[in-house]
Write a protein that binds this ligand. Structure first.
Ligand code: SUG
Length: 451
């Protein structure tokens, strides 16, 4: 498509934290989620922290988008489990008969939009469209409830079918997990240029588990291959790389907990990949077909241990290109407070590498469920023409963020225990909030309760 040529930007679509944000300890293998089970959460604080992050990116001159929370508790899922009656009756009945099921159906986990989908920019695809595949998130029950509504939302916003192509989630069964952009990266000399796409997987859906593991991998290589094929990517500019079992066992349930890409740079922990030499070689070869060399920024284990990387979420930072040149790391304050990670970042900035700035943000509400800055955003590279074709008001300005802040203050609770999800009143509050949100974002009747 000729008008795809020209300037392209990375647009970060952040997940707006939903009103049911709580610490239900639902994600086995995610140490923060496991360790904070039963803590008091602050949904209002969480959504405001997310909005602050979006403001920071706007201030840096970047393009910022938002994706709406999902309807929770997911009454439609509870209906599948045999509950009947009005929505409020269903929540009440599920709270009595199946509290654990209700807890799973009430998670606000859709906030982590790095897991919403895998996205390939139009510069990478044969048909010149931007391709989307919602992640099946089949490894965790509470997250497996997300793909339908994610697909619906993406189709609503990226509605122009001359520019955007939407695929169904990869079928899940056995261990055919797909966790979306959290295990996907891209290296390119410019956002508008063709890039090398990096798919990081944890296992084969068909392999026998021969080794004792502490935690199961979530991403199947077969799912990654299927996405690369359906997105019509150039096979020479791809790298499929295995995540290290040591990293998964240490709590890196997604690869974006131990590495991040931007521009031609890969910022990664020494122990991120199962076979580091082979991984770096595969990435180098993919980039070579596009005639550039990747910049590897490796963090050695003797400077930052895997354990520290996972505790501080150093690599779950957003690595973004600044309009004036150079790159900024958007990090959680946990990486500022730790001497090892702080000193690595300081040295990186002082050196001659691509990282020129660091900004530390308080995202503790999300961090306590294992979601750092990079988990909270879905990267979508769009040309200016594609950006202009978006439906609704999902691209942020400071005024729109002011509106979202006022909206959250009107509707969100500032304190919640996991068991509060059984309060039918919370469901009513959530629907009122989401109804108003679809008006603010001009998205029409998106939610089941509006249809
Ligand atoms: O899938 N936590 C999420 C965190 C996702 C982070 N995303 C990325 N790394 N990209 C998960 O484990 C916890 C929910 C709870 O316990 O209620 C949770 O789902």
């Amino acid at each position: 498509m000729s008008d795809n040529a020209g300037v392209a930007h990375e647009v970060n679509f952040d997940g707006l934290v939903g009103p049911t944000h709580n610490y239900g300890g639902l994600s086995y293998g995610n140490l923060a989620s496991m360790n904070n089970l039963g803590a008091v959460s602050n949904p209002l604080g969480a959504v405001l922290q997310g909005i602050q992050k979006m403001r920071k990116l706007l201030d840096l001159g970047l393009v910022q988008g938002v994706l709406p929370p999902h309807e929770r508790p997911a009454v439609s899922a509870l209906r599948h489990f045999g509950f009947t009656g009005t929505d409020a009756e269903i929540v009440e009945a599920a709270a009595k008969a199946a509290p654990q099921l209700l807890m799973n159906c009430a998670s606000a986990s859709a906030m982590w939009t790095a897991n919403a989908a895998t996205v390939s920019p139009s510069a990478d695809t044969r048909d010149g469209k931007v391709h989307f595949t919602p992640a099946n998130l089949g490894s965790m029950f509470h997250r497996s409830l997300e793909p339908d509504f994610t697909g619906r939302t993406l189709k609503a916003i990226f509605a122009d079918d001359t520019r955007f192509s939407h695929h169904a989630p990869i079928p899940y069964g056995g261990r055919m997990g797909d966790e979306g952009a959290a295990n996907h990266g891209r290296l390119a000399t410019g956002y508008g240029e063709q890039g090398a796409e990096l798919f990081v997987y944890g296992h084969s859906a068909f392999e026998k588990q021969t080794r004792k593991v502490t935690f199961q991998a979530r991403q199947a290589v077969e799912a990654s291959h299927a996405i690369a094929t359906s997105h019509q990517l150039d096979g020479r500019a791809l790298a499929f790389v295995r995540q290290s079992a040591a990293a998964i066992d240490a709590g890196a349930f997604h690869n974006d907990v131990v590495s991040v890409t931007n521009g031609t740079a890969l910022f990664y922990h020494e122990q991120a990949f199962e076979d580091k030499a082979e991984a770096l070689d595969a990435i180098t070869r993919a980039c070579a077909t596009l005639e550039f060399e990747p910049v590897f920024i490796e963090v050695p284990a003797d400077r930052v241990s895997l354990e520290t990387a996972i505790k501080t979420y150093l690599f779950n930072s957003q690595l973004v290109s600044l309009p004036e040149g150079g790159m900024a790391l958007i990090l959680p304050t946990e990486s500022e407070e730790n001497a090892d990670t702080r000193s690595f970042v300081d040295d990186a900035i002082a050196g001659n590498g691509p990282i020129t700035q660091a900004h530390y943000l308080d995202l503790k509400q999300s961090m306590k469920n294992g979601g750092g800055p990079a988990c909270l955003r879905l990267r979508v590279v769009l040309t200016e023409a594609e950006q202009a074709a978006l439906f609704g008001n999902c691209l942020m300005t400071h005024e729109r963020l002011d509106d979202l802040e006022a909206w959250a203050k009107k509707h969100y609770r500032d304190q919640m225990m996991p068991e509060d999800v059984s309060d039918p009143q919370l469901y009513q509050e959530t629907c009122a909030a989401l109804d108003e949100l679809t008006q603010l974002l001009d998205l029409g009747s998106l939610y089941d309760f509006q249809r």
